[in-house]
Design a protein around this ligand. Structure first.
Ligand code: ZN
Ligand code: ZN
Length: 302
């Protein structure tokens, strides 16, 4: 009897043995939780063709915002076997998946860590939860192993949890522009030149495209209007943020016809060629920045 009690106590103690999950590597993938709720069901490290829970369930209420766990590009937003699903490609061969989530993003959108992906809906757990997965298309990994502060887990004594795979940090592909914003000829390239009006030798901080005033200017790739205002030198100008650190600007417009916050699809109209501000004639002065650094927009073509 005494022995049985002692054995039971040892068994209970072993089951409660606490082990810290391996901390996320400083160089490798680091994820942030997509919802604030705790773990409702953990990850089963099972073989490819074995049954098991290939993700983790995090508690959450229908209607709650689900956020991207890392920077990436939306790879899928739609139904998978009837379940609303969003997946984000992290540029390292791995993607995170979120179910059941009604998408607020579209395939191809660039997302930052913490950026809303959509709204959690009911269907996975009776009490409400997000099923969160991490896969390279063949293998599955426990996303909790890649949190900056992984939760402490209880495992039965003697169980050797498989170490998480090495996964490189999440990255965005370099943003590209799809084409020219105006059909016209390049009349003055980006680079050092003598200013045509002031005569001063200085950097020409964009590329000029000559075209008749009124010629439509279209977005060379999708973006969001971040600034639209008048400047004495640049005239009426519009800035487009394309995501991924790529920003473009359109100067000397006759007026501004878009609003800050407005989304413009690739090929959508930004405005028209004009000659407002310090300008010698009808042309588009087209500017671009990558990661905050001024670059020649013609080097960003797809
Ligand atoms: Zn699940
Ligand atoms: Zn110019």
């Amino acid at each position: 009897m005494r022995t049985t009690v002692r054995l039971s106590l040892i068994l209970v103690a072993s089951l409660l043995l606490v082990w810290p999950a391996s901390p996320a590597s400083a160089q490798g993938l680091v994820l942030t939780p997509p919802v604030a709720g705790g773990v409702a069901r953990g990850f089963d490290d099972v073989g490819r063709f074995e049954a098991g829970h290939r993700g983790v369930d995090l508690r959450g209420s229908p209607g709650e915002t689900v956020r991207s766990a890392a920077v990436g590009v939306v790879q899928f937003a739609g139904l998978v076997a009837g379940v609303p699903t969003v997946s984000v490609d992290h540029g390292n061969g791995w993607r995170t998946t979120y179910q059941p989530v009604v998408a607020a993003v579209a395939k191809g959108d660039r997302v930052d860590a913490g950026q809303p992906l959509g709204m959690l809906t009911s269907g996975h757990c009776s009490a409400g939860c997000l099923h969160w997965g991490l896969t390279d298309g063949t293998r599955y990994a426990d996303p909790l192993s890649f949190l900056a502060a992984p939760p402490v887990r209880l495992v039965p004594h003697g169980t050797q949890p498989a170490p998480p795979p090495r996964i490189a940090e999440a990255t965005l592909p370099a943003a590209r522009l799809g084409g020219l914003p105006v059909a016209g000829r390049s009349s003055s390239p980006f680079g050092m030149r003598r200013h045509p009006i002031t005569g001063v030798w200085k950097l020409h901080d964009g590329t000029d495209i000559a075209a008749p005033c009124g010629t439509p200017i279209v977005a060379p790739s999708a973006g969001t209007v971040t600034r639209a205002y008048y400047n004495p030198a640049y005239g009426w100008r519009v800035f487009l943020d394309h995501g991924g650190g790529l920003v473009t600007a359109y100067n000397h417009l006759p007026s501004v016809s878009v609003a800050v916050g407005q989304r413009i699809e690739a090929g959508g109209r930004i405005g028209a060629v004009g000659t407002t501000g310090l300008s010698t004639g009808c042309h588009l002065h087209w500017m671009a920045w990558r990661g905050g650094r001024l670059v020649d927009p013609l080097t960003l073509g797809g």
